[in-house]
Design a protein around this ligand. Sequence first.
Ligand code: PAF
Length: 279
Amino acid sequence: MIQTVKTIPELRERLGVWRVQGDSIGLVPTMGALHDGHLSLVRLSKQKTARTVATLFINPAQFGPNEDLDQYPRDIAQDKAKLEAEDCDLLFLPDGGEIYPPGHVTKVRVEGICDILEGEFRPGFFTGVATVVTKLLLQALPDIAVFGEKDYQQLQVIKRLVRDLDIPVVVEAAPTVRETDGLAMASRNAYLTPKERDIAPVLFGTLSQVAENVGRGVSAKDQAQWGREQLERAGFGKIDYLTVRNAETLEEVDNASSPARVLVAAWLGKARLIDNVAV
Ligand code: PAF
């Protein structure tokens, strides 16, 4: 079974031995419930570094009071088996007290980009993410850290904090892994009923169409409106946003003169699905 450490001193000791041997280290932070998307991050890290460490910590600081912290899928035995099968070198599995000991009050907040899109609908979410990711990076001090493009805004927030705080790590982005019908793999897909699961691929189909049309010069605002109507027609509930943004700053754009990204968050039953596609 994959080697597992639960405390920061144990983690640092293991990584220290590898560093002395001259091994480069890749970090793959996760909240568990691992699917092929997560495993693609492990594979990318293994291609780029000699040693790969996955972390599994369901970070309470990134869940709002009415969110799904209690229901969030958990299966540590299966997660360990999947990491083992990928030949991942180490699992860091801290408990809540290891990451947030009594008296922990420091937060990392990335201004601006934290407050829009996901940040608007999930207040505090990115501060929770930025705080835990900063801590994990400082605990492990890896050469690279791998994050999925599926959580595109999270990726931009992490790139920004790494730059602003001069953390000596290369942030690697891994492409979104999709089911054969296009649905982006996500732990929360487990909340979909079979009927909702049939509808869910419309999300990627719509985003792809919007991206293609905006790329051909059609107005981004008009396309976003068209996309929202398509989702409503397919049976989606509340659409938090479907919007075309600058690919780095995530500011609104109306044409694709700079690299742009179409981003969506929409409810389907109890599941809030997010996805994004490059223009
Ligand atoms: O993307 C996730 O699973 C989480 O937000 C992360 C990066 C592991 C931080 O808790």
